[in-house]
Ligand binder design. Structure first.
Ligand code: FAD
Length: 285
């Protein structure tokens, strides 16, 4: 099964999010239809912060898997999920024929107290992976951080924890977004030295507006290279030019990755099929 997902010499995958409101499923399905036409190898579906809206993740993942016939990867977080609720989500995924889960710890949502955050059944993503690996048939993936996770003391410590994900059964990894490929090359080299040898998908986020960049940095902690900040300075005030320049930046980033032997690309599609389509049309698969 995993072999199918990574069967192509070059893998392309997308990340999408479920609709925020119940009534928005029809338009979300249309977005999935458009993204599906781009023939990704898989599409991953985010999980609401703190485990909220898990049912929506399952519903979108099910549509991708069963209606579009594309492998869906459902994100699942330990934060806000008990053992029982996780087993419930796993059962729903199984009923819907969804075999893959991206197992994450999650962050503390704004409305969650420190106590609630600390009282979760699983401390780290790898703990949840071990549990799900032992009690379900899910094939699991994990997250990785080319610029290290923001809580980690050092890259070395973060990589040791990443190795634990592989040992806990992660079959592939999806990276946090990055805008400077040099961080990614350096991360790959260090991960390889640690013995991390499962496929790693490089996370690329097209920045199509200046505002989006602000939110993105806050959420991801990724650094912004001068080339990208120059681009915002030059085009940030013009919506169309900024969109074009942001897409072009993502294309150049992916081409450079491909020229340097990185073959698994994960686009943070943000439910934007047009921008995602323009990028995929421009990159060699
Ligand atoms: P962990 O692997 O638990 O790591 C968290 C921190 O603990 C790191 O600093 C790590 O080094 C450290 N650590 C790990 N294991 C150990 C250990 N055994 N002992 C000591 N320290 C350890 N969030 C959502 O809420 N919903 C989503 O859908 C979502 N999707 C994401 C998709 C991707 C590709 C990525 C990169 C992130 C996503 N996130 C999502 C955000 C994610 O939940 C946060 O980044 C979170 O802070 C860490 O999650 P993790 O799974 O990497 O945690």
């Amino acid at each position: 099964m995993l072999q199918n997902m990574f069967a192509h010499k070059r893998t392309l995958s997308f990340e999408v999010f479920p609709p925020k409101k119940d009534g928005d499923f029809e338009s979300a399905f249309q977005v999935m239809d458009e993204l599906g036409k781009l023939s990704p190898d898989f599409i991953s579906v985010t999980y609401g912060a703190g485990g909220s809206r898990a049912g929506k993740t399952v519903e979108i993942a099910s549509y991708i898997q069963n209606t579009l016939g594309i492998d869906a990867v459902a994100h699942v977080t330990c934060v806000g999920s008990s053992r029982e609720s996780l087993l419930g989500v796993a059962e729903s995924l199984k009923e819907q024929n969804v075999r893959y889960a991206l197992a994450l710890r999650g962050d503390r949502p704004k409305d969650m107290t420190d106590e609630q955050f600390a009282s979760r059944d699983f401390e780290h993503a790898s703990d949840m992976m071990e549990f799900l690996g032992g009690s379900t048939d899910l094939i699991m993936a994990g997250a990785c951080y080319p610029e290290k996770h923001y809580e980690s003391f050092s890259m070395e410590a973060d990589l040791n924890h990443l190795k634990k994900k592989q040992e806990a059964g992660a079959k592939f990894l999806i990276s946090q977004m990055f805008f400077d490929n040099d961080y990614y090359y350096s991360f790959l080299e260090k991960a390889q030295k640690k013995g991390i040898d499962i496929p790693i998908c490089a996370g690329i986020m097209p920045i199509t507006s200046a505002r989006q960049l602000g939110t993105t940095i806050t959420l991801s902690g990724s650094s912004i290279p001068k080339a990208l900040s120059d681009l915002i300075a030059a085009y940030g005030d013009n919506k169309d030019d900024m969109r074009k320049a942001g897409i072009d930046y993502a294309i150049r980033q992916i081409r450079d990755l491909q020229e340097n032997g990185v073959n698994d690309i994960h686009i943070y599609a943000m439910n934007k099929p047009k921008a995602t389509g323009e990028i995929t049309a421009a990159i060699y698969r």
